[in-house]
Design a protein. Sequence first.
Length: 435
Amino acid sequence: MIPRYSRQEMTRIWEPQTRFRIWFEIEAHAATACAQIGLIPESAAKTIWEKGSAANFDVARIDEIEAVTKHDVIAFLTHLAEFIGSDARFVHQGMTSSDVLDTCLNVQLMRAVDILIADVDRLLAALKTRAFEHKNTITIGRSHGIHAEPTTFGIKLAYAYAEFERARHRLMEARKEVATCAISGAIGTFANIDPRIETYVAEQLGLTPEPVSTQVIPRDRHAMYFATLGVVASSVERLAVEIRHLQRTEVLEAEEYFSPGQKGSSAMPHKRNPVLSENLTGLARMVRAYAIPAMENVALWHERDISHSSVERMIGPDATVTLDFALVRLAGVIEKLVVYPETMKKNLDRLGGLHNSQRVLLALTQAGVSREDAYALVQRNAMKTWEQGKDFLAELTADKDVTAKVPPDKLAAMFDLDYHTAHVDTIFRRVFGTA
């Protein structure tokens, strides 16, 4: 985790103290369940809860023990026993390390995705506000980066809103995917631990028992989780790239807010660069990169190995922290985005009305001209406009082959911008439920 790209709410989930506290809760809940079915004294379960809850786990002390044991869970249990005393012998009854590690990881991933969902909610709110603000702000749509037909800036934001609604749904599904618990003992057979203990621990932690854990929770669940983060990051990048293109000097239809005192270049005082959006593109690359090792973790040897462990110690914190930062940054960019409707209109008019070419093409076909001939008629006039800077409507009006089929007054009527935005309300109702 890089502090520059981290927010405390998310990083706190991955701090050692948080991890050890979750480990303790897993062990304490298991002890309570053991007491309920008569496997350990109820007084022991009570002592474990009381003394463990009051404990301030010493990370340095646990590291000191682990330096000898070479085993993190044993080091933690040894330290826990220093607080609990003789009743510590009832901790970890019939359990194996993976019961603690895997269940804890899934609790952390659930907490992390809850923050990510809240981040998406903030972004959705910003996109909706700005979409309605610019619902009817005309701009040119582009395909291949080239002028196509008019749209509105509100529609651009609406498609981003719809995409991040899908992102929210995917994150909810990812949460369900990892919300499982394994307290099944060595090789996951429950030979030394009653399945009722797993059921109890799962209920207390808001999880469901893993149907077959084989000592470890299957890593296809985690692969789906991190792949989902990668898809969400790609949506972040898509919107960031759009902003970067719109801020180019030759376009300048929208730009990131440039705060008082901000500097764009150490050499050129005039610069106002899309640094936040460029940063988001880079962060998205990193989040996507974590999906591949998560997928490679699926194929463990037989019932288990620990080749996944080192991977998850890195990608768990890094992927969630990075995406959290990116989503919050993107929401801020949208909230403060500076939009230039006048420039949008100016850019739209740069090609002399060429954005109406399809409408003229359709009119000619409806007047009886074959599609191939109609295309040739429109294109020959469009190329004059493209290459010589001619006015498209004037060229069409002067073309007798065109006016023989579509009179000049009807041609002129086809250059009305409202034609292209007639169904904006339909799109908004589909996306937002209201126009």
